[in-house]
Design a protein around this ligand. Structure first.
Ligand code: C5P
Length: 220
């Protein structure tokens, strides 16, 4: 059988990670969280004392040091320069700095190149999710989906995931401020030509997963 490639984009709290993970499991494909790679780079920079908001420093660090990022194809771990950062990349200080890192074109180009290699590594195929998978990383993917949800629904979902560990203000910073910053780099609020728009505001995770699997079966 031919390889199956499913590209999913969406804002923070749209449910793209949970959806992509479940779809990958249902169809026996590998899973790639492209946002985890931006988070991993942010951790590497913070470790090295690079100021993420200083563009010159970020460019020097991107092109100077060869940062080693490895991800488990089954999403159990993320490592940076050999160190396990699976939990650390979810910390608020990383959410706070990751958009600054991701606005630097040199950094994006480097990660896009790595993301294409990772998406091609599994002969079964893959489900990849992020902000620019459908438009930049893999515009040729046969199945391309943009997940959206109302700001209220996205705040509630992310708040639920974080289990009340952050204040309302921190939550809005992590979801709404980050989206505003991120949407200056790539447009993940409107579906590009050929990308299926799926509004998940009133759907459960199971319903979203079923819809994506159905679409994948219909198309391939
Ligand atoms: O998806 P997640 O929220 O983990 O992504 C973390 C950050 O990585 C985003 O806020 C964004 O700045 C960046 N990102 C990106 N392009 C992607 C995926 C993530 O710029 N494809």
């Amino acid at each position: 059988p031919h390889r199956q490639v499913i590209a999913i984009d969406g804002p923070s709290g749209s449910g793209k990670s949970s959806t992509a993970r479940a779809v990958a499991r249902a169809l026996g494909l590998s899973y790639l969280d492209t946002g985890a790679m931006y988070r991993a780079v942010a951790v590497a920079f913070l470790d090295a004392g690079v100021d993420p908001s200083d563009v010159e420093q970020v460019i020097a660090a991107t092109t100077g040091a060869d940062i080693d990022i490895s991800l488990d194809p089954d999403d159990r771990w993320v490592r940076v320069n050999g160190r396990d950062v699976t939990d650390e990349i979810r910390e608020p200080r990383v959410a706070q700095h990751v958009s600054a890192v991701s606005t630097v074109p040199e950094c994006r180009a480097d990660l896009v190149r790595r993301q294409r290699i990772l998406m091609d590594r599994d002969p079964r195929g893959c489900v990849a999710e992020g902000r620019d998978v459908t438009t930049v990383i893999y515009p040729d993917a046969p199945v391309r989906i943009l997940l959206t949800a109302s700001p209220q629904a996205r705040l509630e979902r992310r708040g639920g995931e974080l289990g009340g560990r952050v204040s309302g203000e921190q939550l809005r910073d992590q979801v709404l401020r980050r989206d505003a910053d991120d949407s200056t780099l790539v447009d993940f609020t409107h579906a590009a030509d050929g990308v299926h728009l799926l509004d998940t505001t009133h759907l459960s995770l199971d319903e979203v997963v079923l819809a994506v699997v159905a679409l994948a079966k219909e198309i391939s």
